[in-house]
Write a protein that binds this ligand. Sequence first.
Ligand code: SF4
Ligand code: SF4
Ligand code: FES
Length: 234
Amino acid sequence: MKITFKVYRFDPQSGKAPYLQDFPVEVTPGMTILDALGEIKAHQDGTLVYRRSCRSGICGSCAMKINGFNRLACETQALLLKQSVIHVEPLPGLKPIKDLAVDMEIFYEALARVKHWLINPDPPPTDKERYQSPEDFKKIEVSTSCILCASCTASCPSFWADKNYLGPAAILKAYRYSFDTRDKGFADRVGALDNKHGLWRCHTIMNCTDCCPKHINPTESICHLRRMTVENKY
Ligand code: SF4
Ligand code: SF4
Ligand code: FES
């Protein structure tokens, strides 16, 4: 089946405004949006810019807005969208660099603000790793599967309105570590969380939860962290 891909084109050096360019592609069963972009780049326009690495839904680099919804291009089969025209645009809310590639700096900066790593000043045991029971791991297991694709943060209206808002992905990481039984870093993170650009900026619209390719519920994590923050205070 022939599908027309309307692909967002933007080159800051050209001085031209962004526009959508049509690319007809013969789509076969199983072909993903990433495959179609590869086809376009190989046979129609080698200058097309987009990110990808693993092609398996693992690296998180191919997230983009496909027919109005943030998804992984490598996991989205073109025929399953059941459309003869498919719009492919960069993730919204992040500054486009060129074509489908966006500037991820504020996304990573938000992660650093919540200290997205295990904090524990106690020296680890010398003969084994820090112990965590299977039951305790279960409590954070879903959040550990985040691949930092940024689909959630880029779909969040609160983030669109406030670029200093941490966004759901960074808050999810704060949850993943703060609820890890080996971590003692909540006091180091709470300053970044407990302010108007942190937990309280979320309006529970749940766009983030709707679009996560790993079926994570960042909104729920935000609610758990709000409770932890309040309990910690009083
Ligand atoms: S929570 Fe989901 S949508 Fe957000 S960055 Fe992680 S994997 Fe992507
Ligand atoms: S639930 Fe909160 S974090 Fe998620 S999209 Fe809505 S406002 Fe953003
Ligand atoms: S290319 Fe790695 S997630 Fe799509």
